[in-house]
Structures are given as C-alpha cells and as structure tokens.
Write a protein that binds this ligand. Structure first.
Ligand code: MEV
Length: 313
C-alpha cells in the first residue's frame, strides 16, 4: 500500500494575467490536503478508483464516460502509468479523498491529481522529480480548466512559494520574513474554466484595455516578489490591494468577495484580495500575529463559510 498527499494553494498575486504571460506568485496551504491510497486488488479486477468523499467508484476503463472529475482521475492514472513505462493491465484499488473544497480557488483538482501521481509512483517503485510530477498534473489541468497557466500544478507539486511565468520560469523562493494569511471562503462555488473563458471573451472584445490591466498586474507581481524577499509586508499588502482593483476592473470580483475583503481591511489586514479565478471561492488577507485573530473573526462575522489561517515561510 502507498499513500500520496498534496497541499492546497492560494495565488498571492497575478491570477488571470498569468494565463496571458504575466508573472504570478502562489503559496501552498498545508491546512487542507488531498490524499490518495494505492493498494493491490484481487487478480483480474483491473484498476478501480474510489472517490471516498463522493462515495463513487468506477473502473479506469469507464472513467472517461462518467464525469469530468472521473475523466480527470482516469487521465492522471493513465499518464502516470505511461510515464513509468507500465501498462494499465494492473490490478489496483486507488482511493482518493480531499479536505480542499472544490471550486474554491484552493487548487483541489491539481492537488488530487498530485496525490494520485505520488501514490502510484511510490506503489510501483518508480521515482519522479517534483517538476516531472508537475508536468504530469498539468496534463490533467488541461482537462479541468481548458487553458491553464500551469501555476496550480507547479506550486502544489513543489510545495513551496513560487514565482511563476507560463512556459518561462518557475522559481521557488523563500520570503525574507514569514507572514500569515487569513483565507476566507465565500461559500460560492466558482468554475475556473468558466471564469477564465469569460475573461478570454472580454480580452477578445477589447484587447488593448485587458492587456493594459494584465501588464499592470504583472508589474505589481514583480514588485511583490522584491517586497517578499525583503520581508516588507506593508508594501506587499498595498500591492495586493492594487491587484484587487485590477481584478475588479476585469470583472472577476463579486459582491461577496468585496464584502469579505472590506471586512478584513477594516479589521487591520495589511492587504486583501480575491484569490484564484474569482466570482466566488476564496479571498486572502495579509495579517500578522497581532491582527490575525481579529481579521479571522471579522471574516466570519461578514459571512465567510470558513476561515483558514496559514503561516507562509
Ligand atoms: C486559477 O487558480 C488561477 C487562474 O489564473 C487560472 C490559471 O492560472 O490557470 C485564474
């Protein structure tokens, strides 16, 4: 039996613009995680996947026909076996579970796929680097999201803060000073695929204005990388606020996100913004040890369905 796990993630700055070649920064969130267990199954039973949270079981051979989630799991298993030089002619039971809310911007799809890759590699006695795991999970992300930038699979497979530019750079880095994030969930599910597609429609209709917003976001991210390395959390907070203004301008914020962001700022957060694709899902607030409890309580009072406080170092 082998167990693979993977953390959730939040995007600190740069979502959406990252799909268009701008940099973005993301950090892992260890408080939530996906787990996959791979065990040998009786001879002749083939590969079965059991999605424990959903209470659903399917054979690998029928995964494609079930749902997008089942197809994504089936693709992850097939690609991993192929990468390891194995055929799907094995008898395995793969059990998948996750504490990462689906459709919340915390990277549940990429984390589940990463956990499955890791458990399979371990069970079959292979070895893959974090980059190879990330590349395999990217293939699954294509099915989930259509045109993913690749940032989710990268931060989740590396399990460290990353500065990321699509197809050009994925740099793991260490903040000059640890910091805290309060992550507030609007409780409104959001489809990354749909929001990314809507932004693309907007961009196709008015490229000049969207490109200007994306470039402005890219410049904020570059400054945020420097501020993070210096440990200047006040500047980081201001850059997050400016990033949120740009996200609002491209139409991916919402009344629920704006309400939680305002509550966090009123309670003393250094900065706050939506995180991930937006519309629903999660927002993040930059806090320190003195403000984190007050900000978490304010988020709850403002209607957050759940609040996670995580330390990034
Ligand atoms: C989703 O976590 C982040 C987006 O920028 C999409 C992507 O990067 O693929 C909205």
């Amino acid at each position: 039996m082998a167990v693979g796990t993977a953390p959730g993630k939040v995007i600190l700055l740069g979502e959406h613009a990252v799909v268009y070649g701008q940099p973005a920064i993301a950090v892992p969130v260890a408080q939530v995680q996906a787990t996959a267990i791979v065990e040998d199954a009786p001879a002749g039973t083939g590969i079965t996947v059991f999605a424990a949270d959903l209470g659903r079981r399917f054979r690998l051979s029928e995964g494609q026909a079930r749902s997008r989630a089942a197809a994504a799991l089936a693709r992850t298993v097939r690609n991993t076996l192929e990468r390891l030089g194995r055929t799907a002619d094995l008898d395995l039971e793969i059990t998948v579970s996750s504490t990462i809310p689906i459709g919340s911007g915390l990277g549940s799809g990429a984390a589940v796929a990463t956990a499955v890759v890791r458990a399979l590699v371990q069970h079959l006695g292979g070895y893959l680097t974090s980059r190879e795991v990330s590349d395999l999970v990217y293939q699954t992300e294509l099915l989930h999201h259509g045109t993913p930038s690749g940032i989710d699979n990268t931060v989740i497979a590396f399990g460290k803060p990353v500065y990321f530019i699509k197809d050009r750079c994925d740099e793991v880095f260490w903040p000059g000073r640890p910091f805290w994030l309060a992550i507030g969930d609007t409780g409104i599910p959001s489809s990354t695929r749909e929001v990314v597609a809507d932004v693309r429609k907007g961009w196709e209709q008015d490229r000049a204005s969207y490109d200007a917003h994306f470039a402005a976001i890219g410049a904020l991210v570059a400054r945020a990388r420097e501020a993070l390395i210096r440990g200047d959390l006040h500047e980081l907070g201001q850059l997050m606020v400016a990033n949120q203004e740009e996200l609002r301008a491209i139409g991916v914020s919402s009344e629920a996100l704006d309400r939680l962001i305002a509550a966090a700022m009123d309670a003393g957060a250094l900065g706050a913004k939506l995180s991930g694709s937006g519309r629903g899902g999660n927002m993040i607030a930059l806090v320190d040890e003195a403000t984190r409890d007050a900000v978490a309580a304010a988020l709850q009072r403002a209607g957050a369905r759940s609040v996670i406080v995580t330390r990034v170092s």
